[in-house]
Design a protein around this ligand. Structure first.
Ligand SMILES: [Zn+2]
Ligand SMILES: [Zn+2]
Length: 561
């Protein structure tokens, strides 16, 4: 079996997630009938997906072609690149996962939480490793990002070199190891056939600050604060956590950590050596209230205003161990992910009510820098790698379009640039690139507990519930006697007040009685048919009377003997 969209001699590149969105990055390279998956991420949805915790790609194509998969290759340990792994492994047989450094630990941790998943071997690659899969050789290039150990992936194929950048920014004074610019230049002069590059900040023209600059600015900030410091950042940003620990030590403060993902980050970080702190710098949650205000830094989750995170609970006044009060300073060492601004503002407002000082990243305080390069960084990448063909990735549609313009400015022939959506397949030879068609792609919703996939009908129901309310009808019938035993009971929530609307209620009750009797009189009575009739016919009647479409739930009790 091969991909029918590809002609002989063509290789295929497509995304199941990551194009037209920032999230659920899952890219597929089909080379000589071998399938290489790069990353398996999740997407954190915005408010219109009620109660949904995350979204993963539709893996149908991988399920149908799993015998051709050679492995899953992970660029780095962010959730939008590894969060989908347990769900992918549940559906698809993956021979091996290739990951580097901290990503290995984060994936292992994740798989421990999903005991039901049978995990393949995780092969830890290093930046100088090479792997051979028939005619395809894979190698890696270290780049800088907001998590340690981010690697771009190089495919040497019979058609030419493909380069997948992963997420990156150009940081000449990084915290941690520097990027391998020499390798980028080397593949550039060897000749790169096609590059896929991170488009997150393609619209931004400003300079993205170096991470070490942020460290200095945090030190400075700490030295000016007399009271308690509460600081929120992304748990995955180990370099930032290390900077916060160092600033605390310099200013004679101990560090306490709250929030599950932050506690885990510290644990993994200390085990792997990314976070270094002298013994007794990190104190337990119970020590917080024993230390004087100027002796403690409290690192918390919740930089995105997530309602259940530590900072939100502190702002709400219902955190078990930490009560915020006048004299405290809360620092956001983060920037809002699009869609989260509202939640963050809610948290900030509540903190102001508690008379707490709040510092967010801005012109007055450099508390954060992006992990994604802006236009200058992207142009440097394009100039070093000099790809013949270009596919902007990791971004919403307009970011991809902006990135296309940058590539043209850097000398890529516009005809060799494809802007694609998830599922679009690029077919590439050593001299041509074309849009070959589409493979199955889409979204699968994962609900809180992670028990199962939620279909779009459930989302539809939740939406109806939230906007239109609920209308339940309890019917006691006797199907052998073919009659209603009691008057129908009607329960309405969030739809109409029953009081003052007796007329509507009575008329709907009569309608239910009529529908039920019609169904009961049928030769072959069937409970499911009765339910469906109530939903359809009563729903229509409600709409006629009120112009609204509540969720109609018939509950049937059959007292037949
Ligand atoms: Zn990332
Ligand atoms: Zn990413």
């Amino acid at each position: 079996m091969k991909n029918p969209l590809l002609n002989t001699g063509e290789l295929g590149i497509f995304a199941l997630g990551g194009l037209g969105e920032v999230g659920k990055n899952t890219y597929v390279y089909e080379i000589e009938d071998q399938i290489f998956i790069v990353d398996a991420g999740i997407l954190f949805p915005d408010e219109h997906l009620l109660g949904i915790d995350y979204v993963i790609p539709d893996y149908t194509y991988l399920v149908e072609n799993q015998e051709r998969i050679v492995g899953l290759f992970i660029t780095h340990g962010h959730e939008d690149h590894i969060g989908g792994i347990p769900y992918l492994l549940k559906k698809v047989n993956i021979p091996k996962i290739y990951a580097a450094g901290i990503a290995v630990d984060l994936i292992e941790y994740k798989l421990i939480e999903h005991q039901d998943v049978k995990a393949p071997k995780i092969e830890e690659y290093k930046s100088y490793y090479k792997y051979q899969f028939n005619n395809v050789e894979m190698s890696f290039i270290r780049l800088n990002h907001s998590i340690p150990d981010m690697f771009g992936i190089v495919f040497r194929t019979p058609q030419g070199i493909l380069f997948h950048t992963g997420d990156f920014k150009v940081d000449f004074t990084p915290v941690g190891p520097g990027a391998e610019y020499d390798k980028l230049a080397a593949i550039g002069s060897e000749g790169v056939l096609c590059m896929l590059s991170d488009s997150t900040n393609a619209e931004r023209d400003e300079l993205i600050q170096s991470d070490s600059k942020i460290g200095k600015s945090i030190n400075e900030l700490f030295s000016r604060i007399a009271g308690r410091i509460l600081i929120a950042t992304f748990a995955s940003n180990m370099y930032r956590i290390q900077q916060i620990i160092e600033a605390s030590i310099m200013n004679g403060r101990k560090v306490a950590v709250f929030g599950r993902s932050m506690e885990r980050a510290i644990e993994v970080g200390m085990q792997t050596g990314y976070i270094k702190a002298p013994k007794d710098t990190i104190v337990s949650g119970d020590d917080v209230n024993r230390l004087k205000a100027h002796e403690i830094t409290i690192v918390v989750t919740g930089s995105q205003g997530e309602p259940l995170a530590a900072l939100s609970r502190i702002a709400n006044g219902n955190h078990r161990q930490v009560k915020a009060m006048a004299g405290d300073t809360v620092i956001f060492s983060s920037s809002p992910i699009p869609g989260n601004q509202e939640g963050i503002n809610r948290t900030i407002n509540k903190l102001f009510r508690l008379d707490v000082e709040v510092i967010t990243h801005g012109p007055l305080a450099d508390t954060h820098t992006s992990g994604h390069g802006a236009q200058q960084d992207l142009k440097l990448m394009l100039s070093l790698v000099k790809p013949k063909m270009f596919i902007p990735m990791h971004g919403e549609h307009r970011m991809l379009k902006h990135h296309r313009e940058l590539a043209i400015d850097c000398g890529v022939n516009p005809e060799n640039i494809l802007i694609m959506d998830n599922g679009d397949v690029a077919a590439i030879t050593d001299h041509s690139i074309r849009l070959a068609g589409k493979v199955t792609s889409g979204e699968v919703y994962i609900d809180g507990t992670g028990i199962g996939d939620i279909g779009s009908t459930v989302i539809k129901e939740r939406k109806m519930l939230s906007e239109e309310g609920l209308f339940a009808v309890v019917l006691s019938i006797n199907s052998t006697a073919k009659k209603l035993v009691n008057e129908p009971t009607i329960i309405s929530r969030g739809f109409i007040y029953m009081k003052g609307n007796e007329e509507i209620t009575q008329s709907l009750a009569n309608e239910v009685k009529r529908i039920t009797q019609v169904e009961l009189n049928k030769k072959m009575f069937n409970e499911l048919n009765l339910k469906q009739s109530v939903i359809d016919q009563l729903g229509n009647r409600i709409f006629d009377m009120t112009q609204r479409k509540p969720l109609v739930i018939p509950i049937i009790v059959d007292l037949k003997v």
